[in-house]
Design a protein around this ligand. Sequence first.
Ligand code: FRU
Ligand code: FRU
Ligand code: FRU
Ligand code: FRU
Length: 494
Amino acid sequence: AASLEPGPEPTVHTQEAFAPEGNFTAKWTRADARQIKRMSDPRAVSRQSSMPAEYTMPSVPQDFPDMSNEQVWVWDSWPLTDANANQYSVNGQEIIFSLVADRNLGFDDRHVYAKIGYFYRPAGIPAEQRPANGGWTYGGLVFDEGVTGQIFEDQSFSHQTQWSGSARIFPGGEIKLFFTDVAFYRDAAGKDIKPYDPKIALSVGKVHANKNGVKFTGFDKVIPLLSADGTYYQTGEQNPYFNFRDPFTFEDPAHPGETFMVFEGNSAMPRESAACTAEDLGYREGDPYAETVEQVNASGATYQIGNIGLAKAKNADLTEWEFLPPILSANCVTDQTERPQIYMKDGKYYLFTISHRGTYAAGLDGPEGVYGFVGDGIRSDYQPMNQGSGLVLGNPTNLNFNGGFPFAPDYNQPFGHFQSYSHYVMPGGLVQSFIDTIGTEGNFRRGGTLAPTVKIDIEGASSAVDYSYGSYGGGLGGWADIPANLNVNPGGQV
Ligand code: FRU
Ligand code: FRU
Ligand code: FRU
Ligand code: FRU
């Protein structure tokens, strides 16, 4: 375990499970998140990582290959999965979905133009025998123009975009694509005329794969599933900058026959009157490093109130859903708990989510990366992994220096400070992510393609990077390597 600088003790969390329908929301507290700074080496000098190696993604080289052969920008990506997050190939083809955008756009302008595209490649080839860029073929966009805009009550949107989600495969090659359907209402200067409108949505299609490639039919209709309710999940009226997106569905072996969804939300408080509580801070009785509720609420930390939502399907077609209370809140900790997923191992439930350095609340800090929480059920008193901090796999980062921005990285940071984001934990502890910026002030390259896959070993409430993984050395596996662990009709006969 990493040695710790002086600081508060983490909150005690029992991992105890509660009914999914219950109203217990686990808290990732300020006391927990402050363990990240306690693990950071205050003596680390300019361009050195200050973070423990076991929780730090190996450095990604700047001369990365591009998986789309420069056809599109690529970021958040997800495989074709079943109810237990197994990853499938179909008739000999591995298939992934990615957010993509036109390369004529600046990479940071991508969010309001994002569309879901897909890639495929032959299954069953070891990463080291594939082309360096992962060997994917870009298949194009999933939706025809106009399809995803139809669900919005107000058709006067200026930008209509498709954000992240997840894809489930069912018998007969049916695919249920869960995603975030988003409308922006902006004026010519790019200013919001009214808050944007993100809806969790479903479209159903069918996959056709053979040795020549992959095509989809269907995906010509979108079913809106959930809009933020203002009771559990913050709305645009409560905060125009609210977050509500990134559905991931799964079944829970403890509750057979039900389908659940986790997604990113914010705690449903109005932006200007949001307040955090002693429980959100989570300090132990008499901790000399504790902050007071008054101090924290006066610090601006109340603008960062991320949560992870839970919903339950009301029908077998998964076209009707109901909200349940959030399973995790990060009030006065961070504003973004993105792309949450449930991962099961040895009877434990792991909740993983990605978060940015720049979305931490006042007084807290931590790297860009994936954070993890472990409990005995999908709703439980989740314990933040790794010495109570939550940090699982961060970019090489020096917390003694500012971070800058992906478009203007700070001179004093390691090359990897913004190297990758949108990490997704796959079967066997493999982790994929996309490249954002590699380098530092005066010498950096933007990404827009998938990073090398890395591996973490997960053991109880701990994890560690497996530096022996991968053929590129130092823990780096294949670029854009998202392998299937199960194959539907592997012989490839349709
Ligand atoms: C109730 C329940 C509880 C258990 C939890 C596990 O539905 O079975 O008894 O603690 O769900 O998910
Ligand atoms: C920062 C970010 C993303 C989010 C988008 C919203 O890049 O906050 O995390 O998807 O901007 O516009
Ligand atoms: C993560 C993310 C997601 C969102 C998408 C928008 O990188 O911010 O939360 O769906 O990017 O581009
Ligand atoms: C920092 C932040 C977020 C807020 C957004 C817009 O990322 O303050 O908390 O949603 O910027 O102000």
